[in-house]
Design a binder for this molecule. Sequence first.
Ligand code: AMO
Length: 443
Amino acid sequence: MERTLIGDLNKKVGESVLVQGWVSVRRDQGKMVFFDFRDRSGSVQGVVLPKSEAIETAKEVRSEYVVGVEGLVNKRPDKNINPEVQNGDIELEVQKLQVLSKAEIPFELGTETNLDTYLDHLPFTLRSQRAKDIFTMQGAILDAYRSSLRAQGFTEFIAPALVGGDAEGGAAAFKVEYFYDKTAFLATSPQFYKQIMVGPFERAFTVAKIFRAEKSATTRHLSEATCLDFEMGFIKDEREPMAVLEQTIKDTVKVISSAHGEIFTRFGVTVPLIPQSIPIFTLKEAQDIVAKEFNRAIEDTLDMAPEDERQICEYVKKNFGSDFVFITRFPTKKRAFYTYEEPSEAPLSRGFDLLFRGLEINSGAQRIHDPEVLIARMRERGLDPEKFSFYLEAFKVGMPPHGGSSTGLERFTARMLELPNVKEATSFPRDINRIDTLLSTDK
Ligand code: AMO
């Protein structure tokens, strides 16, 4: 018999079918055994009657066993109909039950666990509805983000993960042994490559893996993250990439809220608020507001501390009805070396961050496009321009004024569903303590 997906069973009432999937729940009621079976399309209740030839096997089957079920699709009696759940008006009367694979589970799926236990058992816990919702949402964000950038004239390219130097010259990079006793690095950002791609395409984007040797374990840092990076040519200033980013965020929120409203509901969170224009504050304005509104002194006036980010977001939500806020005019020395300085406000830069529900999810800037200025800036920072000759060639062969930004996919997803830790929004997170399993610190 051909397999029928559980999601199609409601069209097969009165027919015999073959269903294949997992046992989510088994309820042994003595004479009869009830099951919830699930496959990729959903779940259905099954019942094994005392006279069924499947009754012996049904007594042995446990949660997460993989089974093939032959049975009859019946309408449920009116009093047993549950309109709240998928297939709540039908039931599968099990006639044959074949065990395709046995299972031994560490705990019942959906049991509340602490994050470490959840991560220790990812091959199992990723099957929970909560995890499936998070990664369904993440996939939808990725699709929507890509579609929006394409609609705005951007071409996608694949950035390398192995690089000859640490692209940013700032973030800590992982070293890799390379051929001929050379050292390569895992890319900390696709930055140089997206800038180079402005040459052929003017507007280019990439979904790139970034690797950062973050030495501390926080709720916002991963050793391996996914970034949605874009870069565009012929801009007047940083406001143009900010406008593209704003459009992309709006399109993404619109698509996912209409396609996956049920996920927001299951997580008990609202669809993000975005006004006509996302509010923009300079770093100084934001910190002045936070100091006044929350009656506290700002410790670091050169950058936003996590507490500053949370509080400015709280203020903006209350006063502007927005879950997003742009922060601009960071000091040039606090940004990467290629960041364009605002000539009328030096030493402040044309860099910006986008905060979402209390967390920085995106950084961007206008970039320096004059190779002479770029080389001078490298020297000021103690970087050897010789080592950047490949990147610099893009500027020598003619580069328009340009800029762009990078959104952390895991952070964006985490704030979308208000998850407290970015690791929950990462299917297989890596951090200082873990690659799949906890790392042993024994020497
Ligand atoms: P930045 O270093 O701010 O900028 O990174 C851009 C965005 O990437 C995400 N991100 C991370 N997410 C999780 N764990 C990490 N360790 C991590 N590091 C970064 C954040 C952050 O906002 N080249 C510039 C971007 C640009 O100017 O276009 C850059 O890399 O969401």
